[in-house]
Design a protein around this ligand. Sequence first.
Ligand code: GCU
Length: 327
Amino acid sequence: MMAAAAACLLLSGCGGHQSVSAPEYVFRYAENQAADYPTTLGAEHFAQLVFERTGGRIQIVVYPDAELGSEAAVIEQLRFGGIDFARLSLSPLAEVAPSLSVLHLPYLYRDEAHMWQVLDGEIGDSFLCALDAVNIIGLSWYNAGARSFYTTEPVNSPDDLRGLEIRVQESSMMAEMVRLLGAIPVPIVYSDVYSALETGRVDGAENNWPSYESMAHHEVAPYFYLDKHNRVPEMQVISAAAAAKLSAEDMEIIRLCAHESAIFQREEWARRERLSEETCKAQGVIAVQPGEDDLKLLEELCKPLYESYAADHSSVLEQIISLRAEE
Ligand code: GCU
């Protein structure tokens, strides 16, 4: 919206000579979160930076609330140039570029700082190219915190998860993880999770604090089991078709703005994560912190995924694990 407002200013400033200041390119950016969510704020910031730095030649219009479709649908469209930009969770992206699975294995990162050490370093840079073969180009990494289970009935131990029907992302690894924990995975599109919880189609789901609060899942599944089973980073991407229209200089601007917007997004994320947790607890959510033994058990149960999803990337995996020890 800010980019659009700036465009109007430019237009009126030029006395209505639209051909002089009308954007050369108008791109569509897909986002499945609400307008006030940290990733959407990051996207708007990105659009604004690109608009300013290209003197209004490149306009990026952000469509929040999954207006352009589910993540799986957006990925398909990106591949064929129907959508130009997006911010996507790594789980569905790994369905088209399986090597990405190694970056969101359960209990992989010691903490958030460890994850950034990996993503802001050589490993993260190299994985921004993981989607090249499917015509999607990675631009920057966004934060999505740690995911935990939440349910309509209390869960106080790993055992309580057994037999529950749990909504999962459109992701084979997340489905397998839920199976390994003794529960039943039910893939459902993000925007349909609230009604699936409300109608009892599933007993629970899993996500981070901001998503849980923003989508009001806490209203219908008020038991939050803080097992923090994985961190699923998110990528800002451009379709190869959109990139092909741009000069090397413009692509450089796009990359720089994507990186700057990622710094902005991470600050917004930290703020919202705290706020969402506070809001949920104030509204009656019961958060359970699993003990050390239970966390060890969960980690152990998820271990087979390291073999099935990262066997081809054992050296990257070793590098990531070796960084765990560095504070
Ligand atoms: C997070 C992520 C979304 C994703 C969602 C999900 O909220 O930011 O991009 O769609 O998880 O669980 O599907």
